[in-house]
Design a protein around this ligand. Structure first.
Ligand code: AMP
Length: 279
C-alpha cells in the first residue's frame, strides 16, 4: 500500500494519537518537498530515534519574499512520496496554503538576536516565516523529536532557540550536510544551475574550507574571509551575500576560542546557494 498523505491537522492528529496511544515515539521531518538524499538522511536518522516518522511537505509562502522563487520552487508530490516511503517514512503531512494560513491569519513567531545576522539581513522575512510555520507544525503534530539539517545551520539555531524559549516539549536533532562527491551541498535549488554553473558551484564549499584552514593557521578572521571571498568571485560566483566565520551558536563574529562555524551565501547567476561547515 502506498504511503498515506494527510492534508489537515485533524487527520494528522487522529493518526498520531493512535500511534502515541500505542506508546510509540514520533519524529517529524519538516520539508518543502523536492526531496533529495539530504532530506532522506533526516528520515533515516529519525528511524534511529523514533518508532514512527512523519515528513511534512509544505512550500511555505511566508518565508519567500515577493522577488524570490515561490512560484517556480520545484514540486513533485508523487515522486517525493515514493522516495520518502522507501527511506522508511510512515506518513506524509502535506497541508495546503489555506489550511496553514486561513483567511484572517494574523500571528507571527519572531525569534530575536540570531535572526538579525546573516540570512536575516539578506532575507529579512525569512526567519519569521520559518519560526511561524515550524511552531505550527510542532503544535499540529506534537512530535517527540524533530530533525533539521545542518545545511541550514542558522535555521537550526533559530529552531533550537524557539523550542527553548517557548518550552516546547520536543527534542531537536541536527543532521550533518549531505554533499555531492565534489563537495556541493545537496539542495533543491541546485536544479536551477546550468551545467556551467554546476561546475563552478563546489567553489562555495572550497571557500568555507579555506577560511577554516586559515583560522587554524592563526590568520586573522577578516583577512581569511577577504581572501576566500576574492577566490569565490574569481571562481565564477557573481556576488556574495556573506562568507564569514561566526560563533557557532550565537552567530556573532568569531573570536579566537569561540566554537567556530563558517557560513556562506552567494549567487551563481540568479541562483542563491548557501552552505556552512564547522571546524
Ligand atoms: P528544505 O526542504 O530545503 O526546507 O529542507 C528541509 C530540511 O532538510 C531542512 O531541515 C534542511 O536543513 C534539510 N536539508 C536540506 N538540504 C540538506 C542537505 N544537503 N543535507 C542535510 N540536510 C538537508
Amino acid at each position: 500500500m502506498a504511503i498515506e498523505i494527510v492534508r489537515t491537522p485533524g487527520h494528522l492528529r487522529a493518526t498520531l494519537n493512535a500511534w502515541r496511544g500505542a506508546g510509540q515515539r514520533i519524529a517529524l521531518v519538516p520539508t518543502m518537498g523536492a526531496i533529495h538524499q539530504g532530506h532522506l538522511d533526516l528520515v533515516i536518522a529519525s528511524r534511529l530515534t523514533a518508532d514512527k516518522v512523519i515528513a511534512s511537505i509544505f512550500v511555505n509562502p511566508t518565508q519567500f519574499a515577493a522577488h524570490e522563487d515561490l512560484s517556480s520552487y520545484p514540486r513533485d508530490e508523487a515522486g517525493d512520496a515514493r522516495v520518502l516511503e522507501a527511506a522508511g517514512c510512515n506518513l506524509i503531512y502535506a497541508p495546503n496554503v489555506e489550511t496553514m494560513y486561513p483567511s484572517g491569519f494574523a500571528t507571527t513567531i519572531q525569534v530575536s538576536g540570531i535572526t538579525q545576522e546573516l540570512e536575516g539581513i539578506f532575507r529579512p522575512h525569512f526567519f519569521g516565516g520559518v519560526a511561524t510555520i515550524v511552531t505550527k507544525l510542532f503544535i499540529q503534530a506534537a512530535p517527540d523529536v524533530a530533525l533539521f539539517g545542518e545545511k541550514d545551520w542558522q535555521q537550526l539555531q533559530v529552531v533550537r532557540a524557539l523550542v527553548r524559549d517557548l518550552d516546547l516539549p520536543l527534542e531537536i536533532i541536527g543532521v550533518p550536510t549531505r554533499r555531492e562527491s565534489d563537495g556541493l551541498a545537496l539542495s533543491s535549488r541546485n536544479a536551477y544551475l546550468s551545467a556551467e554553473q554546476r561546475a563552478v558551484a563546489p567553489a562555495l564549499k572550497h571557500a568555507l574550507d579555506h577560511i577554516c584552514a586559515a583560522l587554524e593557521n592563526k590568520v586573522p578572521a577578516l583577512e581569511a574571509e577577504t581572501a576566500a571571498q576574492q577566490a569565490l568571485l574569481k571562481a565564477g560566483f557573481g556576488s556574495i551575500d556573506y562568507l564569514t566565520a561566526r560563533h557557532a551558536e550565537t552567530l556573532m563574529p568569531w573570536k579566537s576560542g569561540d566554537p567556530l562555524r563558517v557560513l556562506g551565501a552567494a549567487f551563481l547567476g540568479k541562483t542563491r546557494l548557501i552552505d556552512n561547515r564547522g571546524a
